[in-house]
Each structure stands twice: as structure tokens, then as C-alpha cells.
Design a binder for this molecule. Structure first.
Ligand SMILES: Nc1ncnc2c1ncn2[C@@H]1O[C@H](COP(=O)(O)OP(=O)(O)OP(=O)(O)O)[C@@H](O)[C@H]1O
Length: 257
């Protein structure tokens, strides 16, 4: 099943003469782990903003689950699509549990009380992100990495079919980076589609099913990380020397010089 279909999608920011994203055609199928990669300023976040309806393309159409994204109401969209942004902010007075419970908002009217089913979903999301011990702490008293896990838990509480993340490993130590990537990979086994901007190309090689490589607003290549992230292409694109090695289990990795 196709989740996103982009046809000739181009984006420009208000007041800017240049396209931040040149015309892109892209099909994203359900249950895939997509990584968006490329140098700083290459258009990764811009592409994500098109997928989350934060930015309206100047040309082309973005279809989500078979319907133009523009025809989805914000509530219907939020029932299917969870977004973890770099710049999320919560009201300082909220506890971790209350922040995560915001993930249930798309499923009820504002006057309706939370149900026991809602509370169970929130508890499961807290558990999945290893946050039970912090659940009743004020959100503002958490470290950057802990806050990042709260945003993931909020997204999981939306029980989404698609989860979109902009640099989700920022602020996380290596333990929680791998933990997060493994969790995202596990979600794809349950047919959840994961689309994430990732800078660590070795993590992309290890976890992503498909990578979209961008450069200066142009989609350079899409395909498996093995095929797309060759030492030559990566070296040229990021202007570094790179070589590719394999460990004993056959896992590819890039080494930078
Ligand atoms: N709000 C904005 N207004 C105007 N131009 C913007 C805006 N946001 C991004 N741009 C421009 O659009 C282009 C693509 O930026 P984008 O944020 O998508 O890159 P990115 O690949 O996500 O970069 P990074 O890895 O640094 O986060 C850049 O040239 C950037 O300067």
C-alpha cells in the first residue's frame, strides 16, 4: 500500500527567489523505514514539511493514503500521522505523562474526558520509551535526551500509521540512539511507516530500508542504503574521503578520513 505519493513537488519559502526543493517524484510504501539524508541545507526538513502539510508546495501534489494531503483535516491527519520535530515545546507546568497524553487529543473532542483505553495507550507509550520512572516529573525538569524520548512517546500515543521524525537522535546518547532506531525498526514490522531525517550514514546503512539522498534542493538518488550510500557518492557529496567496509556479520559501514 502506498502511503505518500509525491508528483512534481517543489517548494519555495515566502520571500525567497530560489526553490528550497526542486521538483520531486517519490512513492513511499507502508511499513518501510525511510531515511532522508544529505548535507546541511539540502532540503531534508523542507521535504518533511511538505509531508506534514506545514509547507504548501508551489507546484505538484502530495497525496497521503490516496487523497491529496490538502484535503485532509488536521484532526484526521493527526489520527494517522505523528510528527516528532526538533523544535517541539511543551507548557512547563505539564508532567511527562500529561505531555504524552496530548497524543490522544486527535481522538476525542476537547470536552470529553480521557478514557481508561486512552490511559492504557499512554502507559504503553511511556513503557516503550523507558519513561515510567519519570512519568510524574515536570517535563521542564528533564534533560534534552529525556525530553526527546517524551516526544517519541507522545507520537506513539497517537497510535499512528506513519511517524515522521526530524533528526530524532539529536541529544540522545549512543545507547538511546540505538534504542530509538531499534524501536522505529520494530514499528515497521507492525506496518508503521517511518520517515526520518538522519545524519549518521552508518545508522542509515544499519536500519533504513530506503534512503533518499538530497543535495542543494535536488533529490539525487533513492534506493537501498547499500546501493545509494557508496563511498564514492558520499565522499563527493560531503567533500570528505570515505571508504566502505563490512564487519564479520556482513554489515556495511562507512569510514571517513
Ligand atoms: N523558514 C525558511 N525560510 C527561508 N528559507 C528557508 C527556511 N527554512 C529553510 N530554508 C532554506 O531552504 C533550504 C533547505 O533547508 P532545509 O532546512 O530543508 O535543509 P536541511 O537539509 O534540513 O538542512 P540541515 O541538515 O541543516 O537541517 C536552505 O537553503 C535553507 O536556507
Amino acid at each position: 500500500m502506498t502511503v505518500f505519493e509525491l508528483a512534481n513537488v517543489a517548494c519555495r519559502y515566502p520571500g525567497s527567489a530560489d526553490l528550497a526543493l526542486r521538483p520531486v517524484d517519490l512513492t513511499i510504501d507502508a511499513g518501510q523505514f525511510w531515511a532522508l539524508c544529505g548535507p546541511n541545507g539540502s532540503g531534508k526538513s523542507t521535504l518533511l514539511r511538505c509531508l506534514t502539510a506545514q509547507l504548501t508546495p508551489v507546484s505538484g501534489t502530495v497525496s497521503f493514503a490516496g487523497k491529496p494531503l490538502a484535503e485532509w483535516t488536521a484532526q484526521a491527519r493527526a489520527q494517522q500521522l505523528a510528527v516528532v520535530r526538533q523544535t517541539n515545546q511543551a507548557k512547563p507546568a505539564l508532567t511527562v505523562r500529561e505531555v504524552v497524553a496530548l497524543g490522544r487529543t486527535p481522538f476525542r473532542h476537547f470536552w470529553q474526558a480521557t478514557t481508561s483505553a486512552d490511559r492504557e495507550v499512554v502507559a504503553a507509550a511511556l513503557r516503550q520509551c523507558d519513561l515510567q520512572a519519570l512519568a510524574d516529573r515536570p517535563f521542564s525538569a528533564l534533560s534534552g535526551g529525556q525530553q526527546q524520548r517524551v516526544w517519541l512517546a507522545l507520537a506513539l500515543a497517537q497510535t499512528p500509521s506513519v511517524i515522521i521524525l526530524d533528526e530524532p537522535t539529536t541529544f540522545l546518547d549512543i545507547h538511546y540512539q540505538l534504542d530509538l532506531l531499534k524501536r522505529l525498526k520494530a514499528l515497521t514490522q507492525r506496518r508503521v511507516t517511518v520517515i526520518a531525517v538522519l545524519h549518521d550514514l552508518n545508522q542509515v546503512l544499519q536500519f533504513a530500508d530506503t534512503v533518499a539522498l538530497l543535495a542543494a534542493g535536488t533529490l539525487l538518488a533513492t534506493g537501498t542504503p547499500e546501493d545509494v550510500l557508496t563511498a564514492k557518492r558520499v565522499g563527493q557529496l560531503f567533500q570528505v574521503e570515505a571508504s566502505r567496509v563490512q564487519d564479520r556479520a556482513g554489515q556495511s559501514a562507512l569510514i571517513f578520513h
